[in-house]
Design a protein around this ligand. Sequence first.
Ligand code: ZN
Ligand code: ZN
Length: 355
Amino acid sequence: MIPKTMKACQLVAFNKLEIREVPVPTPGPDEVLCRIRAVAICGTDPEIIFGHHAKKGWPPRFPFTLGHEWAGEVVALGPNVTEFKVGDRVAGEAHKGCGACENCLKGRYTLCLNYGKEEKGHRHYGFTVPGANCEYNAYSTKALRKIPDNLSFEHASLLDTAGVALHGIEMIGVTPGGTVAVWGPGPIGLCAMQMMKGMGAKTVIMVGRKHRLKVAGEIGADVLIDFEKEDPVKRILEITGGKGVDEIQECSGASVALKECLAAVRKGGKINLIGFYEDSKVLLPPITSIVMNEITLTGSRANPNVSDRVLNMFAAGILKGDKVVSHTFPLEKYEEALDTFVHRKDGAIKVVVKP
Ligand SMILES: [Zn+2]
Ligand SMILES: [Zn+2]
């Protein structure tokens, strides 16, 4: 039986969350109602809560239910749904494009030209329309994937994070047998590291510090460089005989990272940026070196068209959620979960809430 009301953790004003009793949504055409079993806190969630994204229209109103990295079960079908049945275990993507604009038609639905226009069918769950920090939510079937039986809801809530990593990797590829580097052993960087290893890189170097760097070593990074203790560029040039690495995924968002990456990549090498930067503070590298050394420099946003392959990597054991998901809390303790995540308490990496 699906109840009429449910608990939701809602943002009622900037910096103010409340557990409220709200109506359970009804799935519309091509939507299903899901029972949320696990929702991971993303780096953007606290930024929205603190009011840093107000200009982008996140949240669009108060009260608003955040949460976009989730897994759960299908409990009811809306009209026209044939792709899913009640009881299916699923995980969600945050973006659902309008399906009709030039970018959506090219498969680039995270760059939908009708972003935020609900009447055009666009959804950005947990950003422009309600998300998963609650017991039930209705989702377009386009934003859902069935998850393997051997994957827990907690780990499946990494679908979005791991997908961001895979989309970034696909922008520039991985040289089989090559040497690659990841800057930033946060949740995205730890997923990227495991995937690049699984995709055939011989040596994966992780640049970071403290507990997260140690975890990177425990789950497969070949070389750990603590930037507080040594110069990452110098060490990478030593390891590669002065050549530099083939590809770099920059997941740290640090102001110095781009400059370091350009000095650590080989001639003809490739760098993809995933981090969010404080633009005014970014140290610009010598731009001409990009020209002279034919460096490919790309940015990647979100996780279009990668979810099925991310789930295959989970199923195959290439990608593991162990140690990336470090903490779980019940929904009622959302604020404690948020505090643990934001302040990286007790070695927190990815913090998952279970409604
Ligand atoms: Zn996210
Ligand atoms: Zn579109």
